[in-house]
Design a protein around this ligand. Structure first.
Ligand SMILES: Nc1ncnc2c1ncn2[C@@H]1O[C@H](COP(=O)(O)OP(=O)(O)O)[C@@H](O)[C@H]1O
Ligand SMILES: O=C(O)[C@H]1O[C@H](OP(=O)(O)O)[C@H](O)[C@@H](O)[C@@H]1O
Ligand SMILES: [Mg+2]
Length: 350
């Protein structure tokens, strides 16, 4: 069984979708698991609740579709297999003839910008690497793009930061500059010491939103060369660059300013209707007690930092409880790379 953890976009998201930069961390608070078992036929097993096809009534069915949409994880598992096989074929990587069954589980709050989707894909991808014994043949820096391709295959607009955090683990600075992306097919990824982080808090609510839908209008405007979106996205990318220095210098007042600016820019670009009032309220609850706050992903969860320390954390906890939001101290995942993964890196990054 392979485990893949949720992630928090700390600074710079969503500029990863636009040749920008981000700082992201992989967190132990939530995870998805995928189990691969050798079998005679290739089977993708639906999850008993996430891929529900049996309902108590038609109202139950409608309610479920309204809250969580039509899709569960099965399509993610299938798309991962397709992308994996296609890539191996293109690269001349031999795969043995054995079959397998795949099943998954997840406790990552669904569609809350904690990267529940790519956790499922990432864990599936890792299962396939091990089943076919090709971990040494697919370089670690290429994997996030293949994991992203599985979601692209499904028409989900998404970026690389989730997958990089989930493949590497720990705290990462990522630079998705166009030159590197075009030349190598991946960005420049640097693991940072997780002890540079101050205590962070995760605020979330049961309020699924489809990251693909949230992103599509802004993505189209960016593709059309909309000056406001292009320049705002560059500004968002610069927050990660400044944030890297702030973290290295442990300048947490600066970190707080950058986090707040990140959300303010997102709000201007996406607009309140696309972000959703509950999501905006989560950010504002934190700000009302003086905490810095921003979305972890495209919406549904917020990362908060209390520059004034424990007394402010208490205020934040009370405010969240009153507002009906869950709050947790963030636990960072250490680096996930093993010896084979490290050796698989190309000389550019090694
Ligand atoms: N918890 C989950 N269980 C099953 N499938 C999920 C789950 N979360 C996401 N998915 C699948 O991934 C797709 C994209 O989800 P997305 O909006 O990116 O969520 P997230 O913010 O968690 O990554 C969904 O439409 C669904 O098919
Ligand atoms: O908008 C964002 O910050 C991120 O949105 C997606 O992540 P999700 O967890 O699905 O909300 C996307 O995949 C990321 O690349 C974006 O940075
Ligand atoms: Mg997602």
């Amino acid at each position: 069984m392979i485990i893949s953890f949720a992630r928090i976009g700390l600074l710079g998201n969503p500029s990863d979708v636009y040749y920008g930069r981000t700082i992201s961390l992989n967190i132990q608070n939530f995870w998805a698991t995928v189990r691969l078992q050798p079998s005679s036929d290739l089977q993708i097993l639906p999850h008993p609740t996430h891929d529900l096809v049996q309902f108590t009534s038609i109202s139950h069915l409608v309610n479920r579709l309204e809250n969580e949409g039509y899709y569960g994880g099965v399509r993610l598992l299938m798309a991962t297999c397709k992308v994996f096989k296609t890539y191996c074929k293109e690269q001349g990587i031999h795969l043995h003839d054995g079959n397998f069954s795949l099943s998954y589980d997840t406790n990552i709050p669904r569609q809350t910008g904690l990267s529940g989707s790519s956790a499922i894909v990432c864990a599936t991808f890792s299962c396939l690497l091990d089943f076919y014994k090709v971990r040494d043949k697919i370089a670690v820096e290429i994997r996030p793009q293949l994991i992203l391709n599985a979601e692209k295959e499904l028409g989900i607009v998404a970026g690389l930061q989730d997958r990089v955090a989930q493949v590497y683990g720990g705290l990462l600075y990522m630079d998705f500059n166009k030159e590197s992306m075009d030349k190598y097919g991946h960005g420049d990824y640097t693991q940072l010491d997780t002890s540079l982080l101050p205590p962070l808090y995760l605020i979330y609510a049961e309020n699924p939103s489809d990251s693909g839908k949230v992103h599509s209008a802004v993505r189209q405007r960016w593709l059309d060369g909309d000056e406001f979106i292009v320049s705002s996205m560059e500004e968002v990318a610069n927050l990660a660059l400044e944030g890297k220095t702030a973290l290295l210098e442990k300048d947490y007042a600066k970190l707080a300013t950058l986090m707040n600016r990140n959300f303010d820019l997102r709000r201007r670009m996406f607009g309140d209707a696309a972000l959703g009032s509950l999501n905006i309220e989560m950010v504002e609850v934190a700000r009302r007690v003086g905490a810095a706050s921003k979305f972890t992903g495209s919406g549904g969860a917020v990362v908060a930092f209390c520059p004034d320390g424990p007394s402010q954390v208490e205020l934040l906890t009370d405010a969240c409880k009153k507002a009906g939001f869950s709050i947790l101290p963030v636990k960072v995942v250490p680096s996930l790379l093993n010896e084979i993964d490290i050796r698989s890196q190309s000389s550019k990054n090694a």
